[in-house]
Design a protein around this ligand. Sequence first.
Ligand code: SF4
Ligand code: SF4
Length: 449
Amino acid sequence: MKFKTFPGGVHPPEEKELSEHCAFERMPAPSMVIIPLSQHLGKEAKPLVAKRAVVAEGQVVAEADGFISAPVHSPITGTVKSIGRESHSSGYSKDAITIVPFEPKEGEDAPAPVTLPPLDPATVSVEDIRSRVKEAGIVGQGGAAFPTFVKLTPPEGKAIETVILNGCECEPYLTRDDRFMIERPDDIVAGLRLIMRALGVHKGVIGIEQNKPQSIASMERAVASEEGISICTLQTKYPQGAEKMLIKAVNGRVVPVGKLPLEVGVVIQNIGTATAIYDAVVKGEVSITAALTVTGRGIHTPKNLIVPVGTSLSEVIAYCGGLTDNAAKVVVGGPMMGVAQHDLNAPIMKATSGIVVLTREDVRRQEETACLRCGKCIDVCPLHLMPTRLARLSELNMLDEAERLGITVCMECGSCAFTCPANIPLVQWLRLGKQRVMQQQRSRKSSAA
Ligand code: SF4
Ligand code: SF4
């Protein structure tokens, strides 16, 4: 049977078998939480608490600052230890609020957890869905961590026809979305219904790669009597879950360069985001936990976990039995687009989808050679770019030409580098070139203003 897909892409080893059978476990409260003010795309949140303040679990500790921003809440009842620069899984240090568990003095009671009133999903209004999603601080679980409220509030005059739920989970190793679809199919469909209602859309499609048969069966059962919602089984190929690739595969539309899915009448949400929306609306929960896969041959006991936001990577790793003797690299996210960590004090954030620990054998570097001009990187680029040429232009700092050939369009998916027989670090050059071109564009804009 031929499954839908997009042109280009690669087939890295899937490695899902390490954790796909591990049901979600809830990790106990950690010894301390470090809550970054920047856990989303857009402006970081503004702190509302001071050092030594006592805060309740679920209390807002920093408010959204502007339209593209999201509030952050305390995942534990505790005392604010400090507010300042802390490690961040992006590799840069960022402002964060550090909270230690509450230790009552004599006669003192811990403040009660803060919850929001549950809303009836059958009757909740569009405005109430949007404001609940905003208040709960939900951000996209698919990687970019875009504030979800913004995606549910499209600009006037934009006609949206379809909501696509992204259940591809095309990054190797990760199995979080797979477990959500196996364990909470009805909640996912109810979350999708809420998204469709907020956007006034009558068509929902759940895209799932063919390598998740249990998820496909589970979601097919959940939508069997749901009008307007269907399952689309997709070929297993990386990066099938990238927004533009998913839209192309599901309904054949092409998002124009530099535009959003809205331009072709589509809004995409991740499986985990739909679940978080259900939890916020129906159960009154705010975003104080992250659902993630901890896996790789460099970790003793791979697991799928629900972890309080702010828990350090090292505490999560210790909970999974610690690192093996040949562990060599800890990556936050998947191995294709994730970020290698140099400091395991960095905290888990709302949209952290996984911790992948690779071994020395996994990361053994192969010698880089000169470009063979084989064109393989061009064949696999899902955005039809010329990675070899762009990387060379970046290396030579020929930014105008790199801009003309579309370097800023590159989504850094890593397909080109994965396929390169000369082991050229294409993504590193592309990323550097992209940053420099964007910097140049900003300077041009500010000098023209
Ligand atoms: S990293 Fe960029 S250039 Fe390379 S395949 Fe992905 S989109 Fe294309
Ligand atoms: S895949 Fe590697 S060797 Fe082949 S053309 Fe691209 S950069 Fe050169």
